[in-house]
Design a protein around this ligand. Structure first.
Ligand SMILES: *Cc1c(COP(=O)(O)O)cnc(C)c1O
Length: 371
């Protein structure tokens, strides 16, 4: 077994083979000059909606705006509550606070996704929506979530930031709720070369509203219907995304193959590896193991050239920003325990066999020192 460096992510490597196509796309945009809401934006929206099997898609400037705009378009604001898990990237909750509503957290299961069994207890007369997060690229348990939401007359807004292409019972994420919100940040599985986001929906009224909401509330060039932000997706980013969409499925397959390899060789070594169910098609934005002595393991791996991350070291309800919500240590025992044990391994399509082998070898050696 030979020692190799394994960076957590390697974007230059992803872009090297795509460079001729990406540069040609940049050149086309420079030549036509329609940098704001140019033809590539609508082409990307059409392509993305078709990919997610939804009627509509609306390109926006990032994933946080996607969530914020949808909540606001649904009329959610002060006095309202919205349910979300506490172990996500903080934007899953900040979007709720930013529209003036109250984030209400519900604990997760060992798949890192919101526990539908705990939802009913968190629903009050003020609850307007649930934001399940398809964390790590694995779909949340949508059937019970949708059933409960329907029974209580509340919206489901999917946070798909980590899960483009994931399926649940053969249906794409982003097509279950009233809207799906995606991030196209460079570290997400479909990535712009900068910030970007996109919203999917099958609701034509919501679609019309969101098209205006991302562009100052403008109905057309001159007439403003309501105050809103500028949350547009750049034409040049849409052009990059159109190139990358061709590779999306093969990238997901590559991530799944690495995940399967890790699972096979680490299942009996660490405390837990992700084991997705037969009705789930997970796209492995992250591959998160759980390990005792996580910090020691992480340090050891780094010494051996393997870079890992923790997604996320501080649950949202324990952030300073969340203090006024009244949660504390112990509020969400499953998520909090996971925080101590989770470790994200490198899982990008460009990862080479020798690197993947080295990751497994070093993790095994940490647990069973070879003399
Ligand atoms: C990345 C991410 C977001 C926010 O997306 P940005 O494009 O960075 O604003 C929201 N939710 C989750 C789960 C994310 O991973």
């Amino acid at each position: 077994m030979s020692r190799v460096q394994v960076p957590y992510i390697n974007l230059p490597l992803q872009h090297r083979p795509l460079k001729p196509q990406l540069l040609a796309a940049v050149e086309r945009v420079l030549d036509h000059g329609q940098f704001i809401l140019g033809p590539e934006v609508s082409a990307f929206e059409e392509r993305f909606a078709a990919y997610c099997e939804t009627q509509y898609a609306i390109g926006v400037d990032n994933g946080t705006s996607a969530l914020f705009l949808v909540l606001r378009a649904l009329g959610i604001g002060p006095g309202d509550e919205v349910i979300t898990p506490p172990n996500s990237f903080l934007a899953s909750a900040s979007c709720i606070a930013l529209v003036g509503a109250r984030p209400v957290f519900v604990d997760v299961r060992d798949d890192f996704n919101i526990d539908p069994g705990l939802l009913e207890d968190a629903i009050t007369p003020r609850t307007r929506a649930i934001i399940p997060v398809h964390l790590t690229g694995r779909p949340a348990d949508m059937h019970p979530i949708l059933e409960i939401a329907q029974r209580h007359g509340i919206h489901v807004v999917e946070d798909c930031a980590q899960a483009v292409g994931a399926r649940y019972h053969d249906q794409r994420v982003g097509s279950f709720g009233v809207a799906g919100c995606f991030s196209l940040h460079p570290l997400k599985t479909l990535n712009a070369v900068g910030d970007g986001g996109v919203i999917t929906t099958n609701d034509s009224a919501l679609y019309e509203m969101l098209r205006k909401a991302r562009n100052h509330g403008l109905r057309n060039r001159d007439e403003c219907e309501f105050w809103s932000h500028n949350c547009r997706l750049d034409t040049i980013q849409a052009a990059m995304l159109l190139v990358k969409m061709d590779y999306l499925d093969q990238w997901a397959e590559a991530r799944r193959a690495i995940a399967a390899f890790y699972r096979k060789f680490l299942r009996d070594v660490v405390a837990q590896v992700p084991e997705d169910k037969s009705h789930e098609y997970a796209v492995y934005h992250t591959f998160i193991i759980q390990a005792e002595r996580r910090d020691e393991l992480q340090d050891y791996l780094l010494e051996e050239g393997v870079e890992t991350k923790v997604h996320y070291p501080i649950p949202i309800h324990l952030q300073d920003a969340a203090r006024s919500l009244g949660y504390g240590p112990g509020s969400f025992p499953v998520a909090e325990r996971q925080t101590q044990r989770i470790l994200s391994l490198p899982v990008y399509p460009e990862l080479m066999d020798a690197q993947r082998d080295w990751v497994v070898y070093t993790i095994k050696r940490f647990h069973k020192p070879i003399r």
